[in-house]
Design a protein around this ligand. Sequence first.
Ligand code: SF4
Length: 371
Amino acid sequence: MGRTMSDFPQIQLLAPKRGMPPKHFADLSKDERIDALKELGLPKFRADQIARHYYGKFEADPLTMTDLPEAQRQTVKDALFPTLLTPVRTVETDEGDTTKTLWRLHDGTLLESVLMRYPGRATLCISSQAGCGMACPFCATGQGGLDRNLSVAEIVDQVRAAAAMMAAEGSRLSNIVFMGMGEPLANYKRVVNAVRQITQPSPDGFGISQRNVTVSTVGLAPQIRMLADEGLSCTLAVSLHTPDDELRDELVPVNNRFEVSEVLDAARYYADQTGRRVSIEYALIRDMNDHDWRADLLGKKLHSALGSRVHVNVIPLNPTPGSKWDASPKARQDEFVRRVAAQGVPCTVRDTKGQEIAAACGQLAADEDAS
Ligand code: SF4
């Protein structure tokens, strides 16, 4: 038998500790931008002009926006473009295909985003919160608790920075996954606002296809239902990690509030409303959640809740410094996948790109001292 529940520390959901950044252009609605510029003595059409720079050319510094009156560039910068993200360190791996950037926010909070280049696409993994309050005991981010929610502009500017990096390489950013630090649906309104800015065409957004945006969650059932009703068609990824409540209460503490059946009902509602297939994320942990019976139960529950509108991503657990949990052996992993698939549920093992630089799922701990 594997480890028992008593192996898990009792971790409380933690409250936010820090303050939000100053207002940025990307925090404002169209009308608010026009009002803000009016206060600076600038006419309405400047709002669109600045938006074209920001969303179309990925420029965040009004001093470079040469079609703005020179005398007002600094005023616009001071009022609407505070520096939100300052790069602290950039690490590359996978022969330069993966770039992890550590950012410092205005209040000293650290966060990370990871850019992964694949043939024909480039995916950015972004953070929605600094730290995370969900306290999953196997996750590096969860160990530090929640610092605070990110503002809309702090989320959006991670995308702008990566889009600028890809443009400089003569390529483009095509996919966004909200799988960095934080529980996106715990910062619901800002994440939905950011998704709209990511997906609307320029000058209202970066024009990335909604279908190429994935919002992940540990299973905040009411927010999954709200997201289903937003009229968006992004992919929903639910980090399930086990099909039974007994273990999930420990692995994903929020399960004590929203149990597996409630989460899967909400996922079905999402699939019904959006017509999108739901992704189920399953970090496979040796002797913990990798048993044959769990694979069978997972396949059965998913098939009955979602039919063919589901796909399971098995993620070999990534080594976290100091963690006692380990990935399942390859043969166990293969058998797990086979058993889930045997229930009629598509199931594959996720590419763990970025693992060498501790950038894969559950590894974004934003440690400035790490190499
Ligand atoms: S696994 Fe996700 S939800 Fe859980 S603590 Fe880590 S970042 Fe938060």
